[in-house]
Ligand binder design. Structure first.
Ligand SMILES: Nc1ncnc2c1ncn2[C@@H]1O[C@H](COP(=O)(O)OP(=O)(O)OP(=O)(O)O)[C@@H](O)[C@H]1O
Ligand SMILES: [Mg+2]
Length: 235
């Protein structure tokens, strides 16, 4: 297993949010996590990248326990986070964001990686000197994805990459997530409100409800499950 969460508990102050999460991401796989608002999906990703301490359990990445490590060391170990709401700094340029994403690598590596991002995402090349606050929502999302790739991760955690995008851009951004997994060889843990589409590009799927994993299966099976259809596809 690339990533393993065993019985992970976490809380904000006295509010318990994760009540024993068990989750696995295999090498090279794309895993989707769906669930209602407030279930703890974002919190799960935040605990993996060391932004929130866990109260109990363990998180193992490439055979190493990471649940006591600093965020910066977790990035160095190979995990990159593409956070909810994109977290783009409006007064920084596109190029500066990419530099920030590659800060753990040498400046030569970072420079050549930026050129690669411009090849992968020509829109960012066109806008490289533009302030990020003036990018469209879809362009900002592409920038957030490129920034996450800059640390050369083994695993990317995507938190609602399609949030706020038009239906056409939703499928474009999810295809981009799929492409990063299939062509760049990066494993993916994808949290999405857009459950049907997320489960259609994933290998495995999890349903998180009230801080527990209530279902886990091959994504295709979950996609055809009556409960999942009713609760998460609105059908
Ligand atoms: N910083 C915080 N302080 C206190 N409570 C928080 C904090 N962040 C989240 N919570 C609470 O933790 C619970 C889980 O939140 P979380 O953001 O993980 O949910 P989610 O599954 O990502 O939901 P959504 O689909 O709406 O993004 C919610 O009840 C939320 O109010
Ligand atoms: Mg969330």
């Amino acid at each position: 297993m690339l990533l393993e969460l065993n019985d992970v508990h976490a809380a904000y102050g006295s509010t318990k949010v994760l009540n024993g999460v068990n989750l696995q991401v295999g090498e090279g796989s794309l895993v989707a996590m769906v669930g209602p608002n407030g279930a703890g999906k974002t919190t799960t990703l935040r605990t993996i990248c060391g932004l929130l301490p866990i109260l109990k359990g363990e998180i193992i990445f490439r055979g190493q326990r990471i649940d006591r490590m600093k965020s910066k060391d977790i990035v160095k170990a190979g995990i990159s986070h593409c956070p909810e709401g994109r977290q783009i700094w409006p007064t920084m340029t596109v190029a500066e964001h990419l530099e920030l994403g590659g800060y753990i690598n040498s400046s030569t590596t970072c420079k050549s990686d930026i050129d690669r991002m411009y090849e992968l995402f020509p829109i960012l090349k066109e806008r490289k000197k533009q302030l990020s606050g003036s990018l469209s929502g879809g362009e900002q999302q592409v920038l957030a994805v490129a920034r996450a790739l800059m640390s050369r991760p083994k695993l990317i955690l995507f938190d609602e990459p399609s949030l706020g995008l038009s239906p056409k851009l939703v499928s474009e951004i999810l295809m981009l997530v799929k492409k990063i997994n299939a062509e760049e060889g990066v494993s993916v843990l994808l949290v999405e409100q857009n459950a049907k589409m997320a489960l259609s590009i994933a290998n495995d799927g999890y349903v998180l409800e009230k801080g527990f994993v209530t279902m886990r299966d091959k994504a295709e099976k979950l996609r055809n499950n009556d409960y999942v259809k009713k609760a998460y596809f609105g059908m």
